[in-house]
Design a protein around this ligand. Structure first.
Ligand code: HSE
Length: 429
């Protein structure tokens, strides 16, 4: 056992960083035994040094993160600041100064993962980021390492806890979006500005990271098609219930049938209640992975929060420290397939469309003709009429998204269609 400690610099000491520091202290002996050398918290870079941080020696606290990284004896940097800058510059500085990096920064990895991986490789160092996707759930390492001998064809997951909490409330109580969001905010699940969660940006960043790992190709945030869930209504849930479905905000990553391209998307969708993801309640995350040899795997657990995210950070810390002692590195970026990312219009999916129409002869035929003209085959139609008006619910067979959205546009233009009450993709069948 080596007695000289591995020195760790912690960048950021908020909800996650303070938990990382606490566990590093309270579990120091176990971490030493697992790594084969002691780990020492050598410095903590923060923005507000005057804040009281229980359990952290004030002498370790600094506002000068760059000086901490440049002092020359740091072995591992833990970055839990989040956002693009200064995190990007600090991670680059860490590599330039010989430190491996453990990061929880999904936005940065989704935007600049390739450059950061290249910098790590250039300096013979590690970049680990289990905590960037789905908090405590072991997902990055199983996909990068345990499934490295398999071929992943599809990943479908709930990777945002805030929106899952809101949708679950809407489903279980019949509440509208705003009412459920207010409850999520009151309980601390949603931030004061919930845009990143409810508009799907957070899930899209995680989707980009997972797609890159799953398909061994580069998928950037801009490649991910994104729709938020603010338009999902109580009426959509009522429609979903009639179909034996619920509604989830899903990240879906697929390899095309010919294997020549991939797609990555985040949007709300109906899924059957029999699908394992339908039973993911409250703020939990779950990711369903379909691999050629392994079959279907589901990863489930808490996707956010200080302690769960710290668990993922510390797992990476142990791995990176072990690699340091072995004078080795773990897996870097694997982007050898260089598959193009196809646009949303090429994605093959199904639509559930609810229309308000005039209840008179020929309307159903006119609607059916519009579907046929766009090459979209109808699976089921349900009509309910009242006082010369009718509501028409059409569920399609699978078709390219461009054909399905083209059909909806054409339906909107029909005189007999008073309005399109709801459009929702149907997944997971
Ligand atoms: N805001 C995220 C969520 C957690 O609600 O899942 C951090 O990615």
């Amino acid at each position: 056992m080596r007695t000289r400690p591995l020195k760790v610099a912690l960048l950021g000491c908020g909800v996650v960083g303070s938990e990382v520091a606490r566990i590093m202290t309270t579990h120091a002996d176990d971490l030493t035994a697992r790594i084969g050398a002691p780990v020492e918290l050598a410095g903590v870079a923060v923005r507000r040094p005057s804040k009281v941080r229980e359990g952290i020696d004030p002498a370790l606290v600094t506002t000068d993160a760059t000086a901490l990284l440049k002092r020359g004896d740091i072995d591992v940097v833990i970055e839990v600041i989040g956002g693009i800058e200064p995190a990007r510059t600090l991670i680059t500085t860490a590599f330039e100064n010989g430190a491996s990096v453990v990061s929880a920064n999904k936005a940065l990895l989704a935007q600049d993962g390739a450059a950061l991986h290249a910098a790590a490789e250039q300096h013979g160092l590690d970049l680990y980021y289990e905590a960037a996707v789905a908090g405590a759930i072991p997902l990055v390492r199983p996909m990068r390492e345990s499934l490295a001998g398999d071929k992943i064809n599809r990943v479908m997951g709930i990777v945002n806890g805030t929106t899952n909490f809101i949708l679950d409330k809407m489903d279980s109580t019949g509440a509208g979006y705003q009412e459920a969001l207010d409850e999520a905010t009151a309980l601390g699940y949603a931030e004061a500005d919930p845009t990143a969660d409810v508009e799907g940006y957070d899930a899209a960043a995680k989707a980009a990271i997972l797609a890159g790992i799953a398909f061994h190709t580069r998928v950037r945030l801009d490649d991910v098609y994104r729709e938020g869930m603010t338009e999902v209504s109580a009426a959509d849930f009522a429609s979903a219930k009639r179909m034996g479905c619920t509604i989830k905000l899903l990240a879906i990553l697929e390899r095309a049938a010919d294997g020549e391209s991939v797609t990555a998307r985040v949007h709300p969708a109906m899924i059957p209640l029999s699908h394992p993801l339908a039973s993911v309640r409250e703020a939990y995350n779950a990711v369903f992975v379909e691999a050629e040899a392994a079959g279907r795997l589901m990863f489930y657990g808490p996707g956010a929060g200080g302690s769960p995210t710290a668990s993922a950070v510390l797992g990476d810390l142990v791995a990176v420290c072990r690699n340091k002692l072995a004078e080795a590195t773990g897996p870097g970026e694997s982007a050898y397939t260089q598959l193009p990312v196809s646009p949303m219009g090429d994605v093959v999916t199904r639509y559930h469309i609810s229309l308000d129409v005039a209840d008179k002869p020929g309307v159903l035929a006119q609607v059916a003709t519009t579907f046929a003209e766009h090459g979209v085959s109808i699976d089921t139609v349900r009509q309910q009429g009242k006082d010369g008006e009718a509501s028409l619910v059409v569920v399609t067979h699978r078709a390219p998204d461009a054909a399905l959205s083209g059909t909806v546009e054409a339906l909107r233009k029909l005189d007999t269609v008073r309005g399109v009450a709801s459009i929702m993709r149907v997944e997971g069948e």
